[in-house]
Ligand binder design. Structure first.
Ligand code: SF4
Ligand code: SF4
Length: 547
């Protein structure tokens, strides 16, 4: 195996990448190789579907399969080798179908499109080298391989968001075409730096559309997020915990647990659910439990009920809760029960059979729900406060969280921001500091939680609206982006920000291992992208530049 797709990849003084029997996330070599092969097969489907699209015969079911297959290979999503073997057989059948739709044009497709996919796992694994992410490095060098990886990992993130949008009944042919174009491009083993950078930015634009669809899906089904106090303490009674990003799963579970007496708690990236009117209307959506994903082994062990993982990030379930954790959608762990088609009856039975919380906890709350409508609803006040000098600067501090000790950077950074600054946040990075009381400026809370990582779309809309109010470009606003990345959804968001020509992003806690020094030079030259240093030095530099 070789994998360097996430921030916690293995690094030594001389090498990067997880390349032993097991990656740092717990993914074993067999699963990693099968994931690479699935991506290879999916590239072949994309090649043919592109051609079928030219014939007016694009196969949307094949496109949906691509989304799910790509999503399963994200960090901390699916560790079940058997699921990948099964998906490879499905990929083979789908590819044959799409090849037929491509007609005479199919003959022009080479590489992954023509791979004969074996059905036996040993034969599959024997071919893993061909599909490895660094295949061909001896010929093209590490910079080209790094740029190809940037596109692939970005495409994985875009696919994951598009899958979430699909679960909310949002589809767009242009998005399918954009994702498949990227995969078909990679299938051709491109080696031109300019073309690779261009394709990466094009994918960033596709992701902007996908985040817009996801926003439309969430607000269309669940209403506009509104500032809401969320209880972060238990309520006595039976309990289910829901983690991940898929609010469609949560909505279905809330409906199925109505009138059962079971309380439903959110975890991790599901926290923003409490700000949506059509979800918060359920009295038994009782609160949020725990923090970011990396603490789940201790938090889940202590939770007195079953747990549902709807998407990333799952890590190896400990023995004390392995029998009461369930997966859904793209998620998988060997031996863990998987729920299909929103039928949560076994989960509900498990909740009835477990003790639940014996008593109420303290009345502690946090406030969330500052989506773009809430923020823009006070835009006049914000603009006046900036003009009067009461607000000097905005920081967007958000993205993913992780176990790395260097991630204290984000809590330290927020703690040290001056009192006349506002912090916008999103993604699970906020768990580093969302219990801090930063006070208010003229009635506006200094810390505004905008939601999930995909709510970067809201942040972009707010930035564009503020730029309009100040009659300047977004890059001229007193706004700095301090982005915490961990996995491939963050790679997709980064490509979107770059496609929007947002400059001066600070990226950390460490730069992606697939960004080689030469690729970093390109990013610095074109986008002034910066690596984190220390909170003190970075804050000083940002505020000096702004003054
Ligand atoms: S997902 Fe991350 S931790 Fe897991 S094998 Fe890949 S690089 Fe390593
Ligand atoms: S924001 Fe990133 S790290 Fe956090 S749960 Fe989502 S995918 Fe995982």
């Amino acid at each position: 195996m070789f994998c360097y797709q996430c921030e916690q990849t293995a690094r030594t003084d001389t090498s990067v990448g997880c390349n032993t029997e097991r990656g740092n996330c717990g993914k074993d070599a067999q699963t990693s190789d099968l994931q690479d092969l699935l991506i290879y097969a999916v590239k072949g489907i994309a090649q043919y579907n592109q051609l079928a699209r030219e014939n007016g015969k694009a196969d949307n079911e094949a496109s949906n399969f691509i989304l799910k297959a790509m999503f399963t290979t994200l960090t901390n999503v699916n560790f079940n080798a058997a699921r990948f073997t099964a998906m490879l057989q499905e990929a083979s059948e789908i590819r044959d179908r799409v090849k037929a739709a491509a007609g005479d044009k199919a003959a022009s497709a080479t590489g992954p499109a023509t791979w004969v996919i074996p059905s036996e796992v040993g034969e599959l694994l024997a071919q893993a080298e061909m599909a490895a992410v660094r295949s061909g490095e001896a010929e093209v060098g590490e910079d080209i391989i790094g740029l190809r990886a940037l596109i692939l990992y970005g495409a994985k993130g875009v696919s994951a968001y598009a899958y979430h949008a699909l679960m909310l009944d949002q589809q767009d042919d242009d998005v399918y075409a954009g994702i498949e174009k990227s995969l078909a491009f990679l299938a051709e083993e491109p080696a031109d730096i300019g073309a690779l950078v261009g394709q990466a930015l094009e994918l960033g634009n596709v992701n902007l559309r996908v985040m817009e669809m996801l926003d439309a899906g969430n607000t269309g089904k669940f209403g506009t997020p509104e500032p809401s106090a969320v209880r972060v303490a238990p309520t006595a009674g039976k309990a289910i915990l829901v983690s991940g990003h898929d609010m469609a799963d949560l909505a279905a579970l809330l409906e199925q647990t109505k009138d059962t007496g079971i309380n439903v708690y959110t975890h991790g990236e599901m926290l923003p659910a409490h700000s949506y009117p059509e979800l918060k209307k359920y009295d038994h959506l009782a609160g949020n439990y725990g923090g970011a994903w990396q603490d789940q082994q201790t938090e889940f062990a202590d939770f007195p009920g079953p747990i549902l993982m709807t998407s990333n990030c799952i890590i190896e379930p400990g023995p004390s809760y392995r029998s009461r954790i369930f997966t859904a959608g793209p998620v998988g762990w060997p031996g863990v029960r998987h729920i299909e088609n929103h039928d949560f009856s076994t989960l509900i039975q498990a909740a009835k059979a477990t003790p639940g919380f014996a008593q109420d906890g303290d009345d502690k709350t946090i406030t969330i729900g500052f989506g773009r409508d809430a923020v823009l609803g006070v835009a006049g006040t914000v603009v006046d406060a900036v003009k009067a000098g009461a607000i000097k600067h905005f920081f967007l501090v958000g993205g993913c969280d992780g176990a790395d000790s260097g991630r204290n950077y984000y809590s330290d950074f927020v703690e040290q921001t001056p009192d006349d600054t506002i912090i916008l946040t999103l993604g699970c990075a906020k768990y580093r500091f969302n219990d801090q009381d930063l006070g208010e400026i003229g009635g506006i809370p200094r810390l505004l939680d905008m939601g999930q990582c995909n709510d970067s779309y809201s942040a972009v809309q707010v930035a564009v609206a503020l730029a309009g109010a100040f009659e300047c470009e977004v890059n001229d606003l007193p706004l700095s982006l301090v982005v915490s990345w961990f996995e491939q959804k963050a790679a997709a968001v980064l490509l979107t920000l770059l496609a929007l020509n947002i400059k001066g992003i600070r990226l950390g806690p460490t730069l992606p291992a697939f960004i080689t020094p030469a690729v970093l030079d390109v990013l610095v030259e074109n986008f002034d992208i910066k690596a984190n240093t220390t909170p003190e030095a970075d804050l000083k530099s940002i505020l000096q530049k702004a003054s």
